[in-house]
Design a protein around this ligand. Sequence first.
Ligand SMILES: Nc1ncnc2c1ncn2[C@@H]1O[C@H](COP(=O)(O)OP(=O)(O)OP(=O)(O)O)[C@@H](O)[C@H]1O
Ligand SMILES: [Mg+2]
Length: 600
Amino acid sequence: MHTRPVTLPEQDGNDLRTLQSLAPFLWMYRGRVLLALACLVLAKVANVGIPLVLKEIVDNFDIKSDVLVTLPLTLLLLYGLLKLASSLFNELRDAVFAQVRHGAMRSVSIKVLEHLHKLSLRFHLERKTGGLSRDIDRGTRSVSSLMNYMVFSILPTLVEISLIAGILLVKYDALFAMITFVSVSIYIVFTMKVTEWRMKYRVAMNAHDSKANTQAIDSLLNYETVKYFGNEQHELQRYNESLHDWESSAIKSQTSLAALNFGQAAIIAAAVTLMMILAAQGVVAGTMTLGDLVLVNAFLLQLFIPLNFLGIVYSQLKHALADMRLMFDVLEQEPEIVDHPGARDLVTDNAEVRFEHVSFAYDADRPILHNINFTIPPGHKVAVVGPSGAGKSTLVRLLYRFYDVAEGRILINGQDISQVTQKSLRQTIGIVPQDTVLFNESLFYNIAYAQPAATRAQIENAARLANIHSFITGLPQGYDTIVGERGLKLSGGEKQRVAIARAILKNPRILVFDEATSSLDSHSEQNILVALREVAAHHTTLVIAHRLSTIIDADNILVLEAGRIIEDGRHQQLLKKNGSYAHLWKLQQEESRQELGTGL
Ligand SMILES: Nc1ncnc2c1ncn2[C@@H]1O[C@H](COP(=O)(O)OP(=O)(O)OP(=O)(O)O)[C@@H](O)[C@H]1O
Ligand SMILES: [Mg+2]
């Protein structure tokens, strides 16, 4: 099984890039961001003012005994007002910023989903949905936490440190400001170094977490396969192994966090002790008042409480950045299939489909299609038959432009499909795919998916044509029946008929049926074939069929083998050729005779 390698993200450069990726989402709210920052500074100014007033109050009582001690009412009121203002501006900042935070989160989420839809089928087949959704989930959540840390912890603390250091510098011995700066610098450097050392445990933890989750989801998606082989124990063991890895990195991450926190506390303790000794000396020597001692003490407490927190915040911040990086990496993946610059909408007044010398390979070392040439004139029906793995469904994927051809071109109404917009191309084609996957929503929703604006009558009519209306109305919940994840509560034939109803509702110029009736019994198949013929009349149609009896009326039949068209012609012509097709026809005739004979 392929696992994501556990690598340390590059430091700094990478973080900077992550922040740059985030910037446009903040820029959308620049007015609010500025307002929140203004509130932040005002709150801090008020906050730093509190110890200053406190000092004045204390000094007011500490004057020589011959002066009358008065009640410093103004100062006391000012003290209360500052407290109120600090809290008011804090709350204002939160309120103003809430919209930025949630708005940015929403924009990022939308952008990611939009981008995921733009990425090619190849990306989605290779990526593991469980792991991907975890990465994205963590990524969007980290957008919010990053902003929280920035606006609620880091910036306020930085503003506060500057204000306090400034006041200490102006009012007291430069030594106070110096100790503050030096201790804060040591603290920050220590925190960064230790956090970077710890990062690898967290990254490993995330990787193991994603891996375990991918495994669990995969085993649930394969629920039936697991049961077929009685492999529950095997699945549990694989899950347990991954969780074990996760557990050991989680424990390392936790223990190293304890070491970090203790180191930080030690630095703070040293700085506080040193400053208090200095201040107390000043009071003893008479160079500082009692108020000054109170002021220095209050400043330090005020400064180091959030700074103590900053350690945890910094590590969280690094993790948030790492999580966000994974998400932005997805966002920065270039889509493989993009609209050509200046691509126009497909014009389909004449829906002719033409494959010209088309060759294709999913992986360069294993060619799938070789020099395919055929034309479906407007309104005609062309069938493709051939053994499993010949490349029949691949033709359809190319027509839909899920992949670009390696050589040659595909034309619709004379326009190269790689030169027109994907939207207009896909609007033109309707498909009943080989494997129909449904949304875990109601039958109504699933049919209406082809044309969300459709009326109930249109939907029921499509269902009737697809021979599924009476089945649906017979269900206890009727059209509101929920179909289960990927539509698994429906039988293969029922799903296929839902897909047929969808194609009928979409009513496109070009229709593709990829073994559209393969899951149906002969009786239902006959019923639906009548409906399909009606729908396909006047449409350009490409039919991929396993049962040859369903395509004898085709205008042209292509026999595809190992990616090459080895025969083509109408049914009768091909029978006369007595080649591959005729052989297959005889085999199938024989089979159905035997079935009749045994009463099946
Ligand atoms: N995404 C992919 N990446 C690599 N190889 C692929 C991919 N999809 C299909 N193939 C290979 O391409 C070949 C043609 O596949 P395709 O689905 O076109 O076959 P098919 O003719 O429709 O067969 P069937 O009748 O079984 O549906 C197969 O051998 C398959 O293994
Ligand atoms: Mg196929």
